[in-house]
Write a protein that binds this ligand. Structure first.
Ligand code: ADP
Length: 663
């Protein structure tokens, strides 16, 4: 049973999390990864890392054969499956054991029983664990299911016995719905998604809390529970926020739920870390829904209030050693709260997003922990689960933990793809959540029309416009051959307002920007704002905008600007004249951004210019607009002259881009 090395058959934050503890225990660690994950944190952290595929999970992280081959090649003696992927696959556990390796998890039999919602409920009823009233029989005929449904009464929930991750569930409100048809659909969906068409029917508990108990069992007959976690804040039956303890827990209820969880574990001869999930209704009754036979995503909140390392305990138990404490030794202190950082767009139906991580900064501070396996440059691909990291906070009280968590969410910056950061900070500050009243209905109640992001403010547009110009100025100054001339030039430009069209969330906003003493003046959304840039680097900016001080972290790539300011994560694109057409600004074609009168041309054929240099002035909408070079290069043609009336998109000047001038 004793082992000196572990292969972690997983990716992302959990792989890194397991590797950290294993290394701390002096064990040799082996990571597996795909091409898509080549730059991921777990790959760097492990002593050994082996590539097992390109991207798709079926042929990599879910390939039992590949994982075992790597274990053999690298001499790994134990396998930790993390969560998801193969962690609840009893056949995988069997194969690992048959290969003479240690599976860090329960016996395959326990995984199999608890992995079936019907079988596990039947066993729990036998063991005296309270379950949601319903039907979990083997007779799956229409007649029986329909008859059982009418006994249970509405509203009811139909679940796939092999379902998981909140998928394969159907809520039926009342008898006006076509139950027979819903059953038929649920069956075929279940078969397609999970390879098993069997269903269970449950009474739908109205606005319950999701409260789960963490337990641990060793091979010496000891079973203890480590208190509960409240995971009621969910979207599509999937958790977003988890906390420990549950805000409405009482010692008596904890004792009862803890005992029920221990009974559940004993009923399947459980070993290792497990979680028994219950629904807790408004009257204080609780009902078993399922047991997860692995480490949970949200295990850190339990670690923070118990002071235990659950991965270390898993390893201890897997080595055959007894748990180093008994139930009486478990002391819960303080409060911990976790949010899941997802690559998704909450304002757009929580649709997963993808991209390349071009900035990743973890929050640090008192009581803050970030579990992430992210590296800058890493791909966020559609192959994997959109959860990127977990942000966790601890405090002596719930409110301290909650406030620290909001601050940690603000300080954790991931740019490169849209995430749910703004949404997380928003929901943590909602009154119902603040008071600890959230049930599984919380998100629907708090956002009855769905979540939508606050509009971009005039101050934010002003900051963004100034940032585009500041960086353009900085890049012009660092380019060879332009120093003296351009420095002179930039101290005074643009003297007349330049038009900047900025696309944000599919709409275009025009900002007029002009250099003024010590900063910029930006006219946007009927406001004139003075922007005083106080500090600037190539990834952060602090500026006084009107009478507000804004601080932001940003990534500027060409015409795209991503900005993180407190909990706001904003994506802007600068619209160049003609940029949407072929032969746009980057090709050196300078087109009129709007119809107008050419007031002056400032360059002639043969001149060398750098990006940001003034080329001409156009009068439009009763204002003068600077036409600026958008690439470095040599003027090839000047196609307009002073006094010309030109149309929108008309080519004014052609620049031959001069790549080698770029520093
Ligand atoms: P999965 O295995 O797909 O995660 P679960 O049975 O664990 O499914 O349920 C996930 C979530 O769905 C629960 O946390 C709860 O919010 C909701 N849910 C499940 N069963 C019921 C029920 N009988 N009544 C009300 N809500 C339920």
């Amino acid at each position: 049973m004793a082992f000196g090395s572990i292969l972690v058959a997983n990716r992302g934050e959990i792989a890194l999390r397991v590797i950290k503890t294993a290394k701390g225990l002096g064990l040799r660690t082996v990571a597996v990864y795909t091409d898509a994950d080549a730059k991921a944190g777990h790959v760097k952290a492990a002593d050994d890392a082996v590539n097992i595929g390109v991207g798709p999970v079926g042929d990599s992280y879910l390939s039992v054969e590949k994982i075992l081959t790597v274990a053999k090649q690298t001499g790994a003696e134990a396998i930790h499956p993390g969560y998801g992927f193969l962690s609840e696959n009893h056949e995988f556990a069997h194969t690992v054991i048959d290969a003479g390796l240690t599976f860090i998890g329960p016996e395959p039999g326990a995984i199999q029983t608890m992995g079936n919602k019907a079988e596990s409920k039947r066993l729990m009823i036998e063991a005296g664990v309270p379950c949601v009233p319903g039907y979990q029989g083997t007779d799956q005929s229409d007649d029986v299911l329909m008859a059982e449904a009418s006994c249970i009464g509405y509203p009811l929930i139909i679940k796939a016995v092999a379902g998981g991750g909140g998928r394969g569930m159907r809520l039926v409100f009342d008898e006006t719905e076509d139950l027979q048809n819903i059953i038929a659909q649920a069956r075929s969906e279940a078969l397609n998604a999970f390879g098993n068409s069997e269903l269970i029917i449950e009474k739908a508990i109205i606005s319950p809390r999701h409260v789960e108990v963490q337990l641990f069992a060793d091979t010496h007959g000891n079973v203890v529970h480590l208190g509960e976690r409240d995971c009621s804040v969910q979207r599509r039956h999937q958790k977003i926020v988890e906390e420990a303890p549950c805000p409405v827990m009482t010692p008596k209820l904890r004792q009862a739920m803890g005992q029920a969880a221990v009974d559940a574990a004993k009923a399947v001869n459980y070993r290792g870390a497990g979680t028994v999930e219950f629904l807790l209704d408004a009257s204080g009754e609780f009902y078993f829904i399922e047991m997860n036979t692995r480490l949970q995503v949200e295990h850190p909140v339990t670690e923070l209030i118990t002071g235990l390392d659950l991965v270390e305990l898993q390893i201890t138990v897997a080595q055959g050693d007894p748990l180093p404490f008994s139930q009486e030794d478990v002391v819960l202190s303080g409060h911990a709260m976790e949010v899941r950082l997802y690559a998704e767009d909450p304002a757009n139906g929580y649709l997963p997003t993808t991209g390349t991580v071009n900035l990743w900064r973890e929050a640090v501070g008192k009581g803050i922990r970030v579990d992430g396996g992210i590296s800058q440059g890493q791909e966020v691909s559609s192959f994997y689960d959109p959860m990127l990291a977990k942000i966790i906070a601890y405090g002596p009280t719930r409110d301290v933990a909650r406030r620290r968590l909001i601050s940690a969410v603000e300080k954790t910056v991931l740019l490169g793809t849209r995430t749910n950061t703004t949404f997380l900070a928003n929901l943590l500050a909602k009154e119902g959540f603040e008071k600890g009243e959230a049930t599984t209905a919380f998100l629907d109640e708090a956002y009855p029309d769905g979540y939508s992001e606050e509009d971009v403010t005039a101050e934010e547009f002003a900051l963004v416009s100034s940032l585009f110009f500041e960086r353009q100025k900085a890049s012009a100054l660092t380019k060879a051959g332009f120093v003296a001339d351009d420095q002179m030039h930039w101290t005074s430009a643009p003297l007349t307002p330049a038009s900047l069209k900025i696309i944000v969330n599919d709409s275009t906003v025009e900002c007029l920007i002009m250099a003024v003493r010590g900063g910029w003046c930006v006219a946007v959304m009927d406001q004139n704002l003075i922007v005083d840039v106080l500090e600037i680097s190539d990834s952060s900016v602090k500026a006084k905008v009107g009478d507000r001080t804004l601080e932001a972290t940003y990534v500027l790539e060409g015409d795209s600007l991503q900005l993180a300011s407190r909990a706001r994560r904003l994506f802007f694109k600068r619209l160049r004249a003609g940029a949407q057409e072929e032969g746009g600004a980057s090709s050196g074609l300078v087109k009129a951004p709007m119809p107008g009168l050419v007031i002056e041309t400032l360059v002639k054929v043969g001149d060398t210019v750098s990006a940001g240099a003034r080329l001409a002035t156009l009068e439009a909408m009763k204002m003068q607009h600077q036409i600026l070079a958008e690439v470095d290069g040599k003027i090839e043609a000047v196609k307009v002259s002073e006094g010309d009336q030109i149309i929108d998109g008309q080519i004014m000047i052609e620049i031959a881009p001069n790549e080698y001038l770029v520093a």
